[in-house]
Design a protein around this ligand. Sequence first.
Ligand SMILES: Cc1ncc(COP(=O)(O)O)c(C=O)c1O
Length: 503
Amino acid sequence: MENKTLYEKLKSYTGEDYYPFHMPGHKRNVDVSFKNVSPFDYDITEIDGFDNLHAPSGILKERMDKVSEFYESKKSYYLVNGSTCGILSAISACCKNRKRIVMARNSHKAAYNSVLINELETLYVYPELIEDYGINGGISPKKIDELLKNEMEEGNIESVGCVYITSPTYEGVVSDILSISRICHSYKIPLIVDEAHGAHFSMHKDFPISALELGADIVIQSLHKTLPSLTQTAILHIGKNSIVDEGAVERYLSIYQTSSPSYVLMSSIDECIERLMKDTFMPFDRLQKEINELHEKSRQFTNIKLMGREITGKNSVYDFDISKIIIFPKSNQYNGQSLYNKLLEKYHLQPEMASLNYVIAMTSISDTKEGFDRLFKALDDIDREIRLYELPLFKENKFKLKKTSEATSFSKISDAVESKKEIIDIEKAEGRVGAEFVYLYPPGIPVIAPGEMYSSEIIRYLKECMKNGLNVIGVKGEKKQVAVTAESWSALEFKRLSLYDLF
Ligand SMILES: Cc1ncc(COP(=O)(O)O)c(C=O)c1O
């Protein structure tokens, strides 16, 4: 027991020298005008003159119209419940009269929750695999076309509400949105892009172009992830030529957003965009230079590799967001989690996340030169230390992920969640159908979605993640138990989903 309040704990933490290579994008490095400002001073409700987010007609409407003009959207909405409420609203609006959704299997749990609430059937598109690094690549436009074509030929296209993909991914992988949006529109299906990690896109020529400019119908961006804005702040944009019913989006936003939106959060969105409107180029140019320098200097490492733009042009990777520093230890001495621990414990650098084989450090325009220098110095030290204490024992293809078996789904997510459940040891789950989401957090992408079958590979992967101390949600207690449907799988509708890789 620490015997501290949360506030006391935060206060003492922020007084220490930990450097934040994680969200929020303001990095607690705020403009002088915000220093010594108490959030309590600005915390009001919908009093006269301050408008109402759910029926804007005054200052909020004016400001959101200005943001829409800046982003060249048809309409833009401030979100105070993160991208999560934007995703829930966008999917609900597109699928309100339709039963099915075409979605990338590597979607965030917010999208899965919308599928659950709306009782949708999922038609998954699996990302390609970047084998050299063992991470998800992009979503192939061709696969989306094939899937929609098949639905058209079978007379089912009317039941598809939207295509939903995540671009960029947590790791900064961007798909070919222009081609995907053209394909979707040729079938009169709207495209929703989860651009939660790309609020800074289109701000500088060396960052990828936003999906908003590339024909997506709805684009959702978390300002708080990559821009200087408070946690929970986000924006939902409706594309210029969107085929989506924006009235429906607004209706769902008023359901999924709090009825007491925080003026502190809304003004944070407002100030963030105002700052970008005044000076877009300089801060992003400075950030690009720092990142490029870090990559340049890191080329000398023998035991650590930073993933870069070399991944583009294959595995459906259209572009890469270089603001994500993806660090791969090449030596056997480290995996993702132990490198993360070392950066945190010895160097007081707090990365965003660790996976089995890499670490993500997030950067933004609020980072300082000192922060970049500390990161380089730490990586340089670790690289030298490995050279000193270990023979260069590179496992050839250390990053390569073994192909997993096909993922099979036996029911809709909502049917599996509502079914009678059994709680069993994960060891005994092979061949059983999951009744709850199991995912690593971060990134919050389900490894098992309800209705999918536990295979030996999935169980092995989850055990490996737990053994390495990754945060696996949905596997419970000391006994490592999972919820499965009590019915035998044959009682549920069998549907083979894909022959592609799961992770
Ligand atoms: C890809 C992706 N989409 C959506 C979200 C949800 O965003 P928010 O935290 O702003 O609700 C996250 C959160 O990490 C995410 O990684």
